[in-house]
Design a protein around this ligand. Sequence first.
Ligand SMILES: Cc1ncc(COP(=O)(O)O)c(C=O)c1O
Length: 368
Amino acid sequence: MKKPEMRSCLEKIKPYVPGKPVEEVERELGLKNVIKMASNENPLGPSPLAIEAMKKHAEKMHIYPDGNCYYLKEALAQKLGLNNEQLIFGNGSDEILSFLTLVYVNEGEEAVTVAPSFSEYDFAMRLMAGIPRPVPLTGPDFGYDFEAILGAVNENTRLVFICSPNNPTGSTAGKKDLDSFIERLPDNVVVVLDQAYLEYVTDMDHPGGLDYVEQGKPVILLRTFSKIYGLAGLRIGYGIAAPEIIRELNRVREPFNVNAMAQSAALAALEDSGHLEKSRSLVSASRKQLAEGLAEMGLKPVPDQANFCFLDIKVDSRKAFQSLLKKGVIVRTGDIFGFPTYIRVTYGTQEQNSRFLKALEETLAELA
Ligand SMILES: Cc1ncc(COP(=O)(O)O)c(C=O)c1O
């Protein structure tokens, strides 16, 4: 077939391989009630207020969405004490990552990331023929080494991605460390502070980040309705930054990038502080339940501030994955993050956690 050559930078991108739908896994393995603890979703589902709002708005789906997310922007700005000009919405916060590299990264320019971390930073960089420069997290608790991150910044660096709590480790960047890091960064670098799991954080030393934006620092905060708000299926996230940055990102945003159902559900979800509280309590109870159950197996997860934990199970995680799958539990293997004996497990309901613990115990016995 005659066709144009694919852009060579795309050779470094492997197409995303999605897992099979849970229903298909159940059919193939002849199982019922397979549980997915692999994507850091909220096991409580969306807020009932969001479900109501979606039902109500279903009749209006023949109308294009509001390209400016007007009502949602108003509500969020008011809730966070911001101006509307400091907000941008995306088809998931993933989309905003691509806006950032589209706007700020030329071919051969660099971004400093950490390893292991969320794969979309690499993807967004590669899309623009940019170069990700990963700096390893350190120690058994996967801490941020800001000296090393600063050392990796050079005159070609355009972005620094800091994910806190970090996916997949659940570890966080401390506020003082981040404050001084941002102070010392060259002016022409934008810090992307990915806060997808912020609402789960209880550590008082964690940076909220709004002060960076208020002080006019070149920082963008990325947040999402996919995690604690339980709206991952709708794809909606947002960025908070100085109006100059938001205006530039809006240049590459498609007019109707956030669908109408997502906007109405997110607006309703924002009002449901009870659902947020329930989701937070569930995670802290689950963290305790898993830590205790794992300790009985001689295992200790990395200390986390998120709705998942990263865990060295000391055996090949791909084999463990297959064995857990046969027992109806889906987790994420660590090999994709460069840690082949680790798994990442999303905290579930009490019952799901118990099933996971039992399945893991059996799996480890089988693989011993
Ligand atoms: C650290 C991090 N950032 C961003 C996202 C993507 O969020 P969204 O669903 O809003 O695109 C995820 C999803 O897993 C994540 O783990």
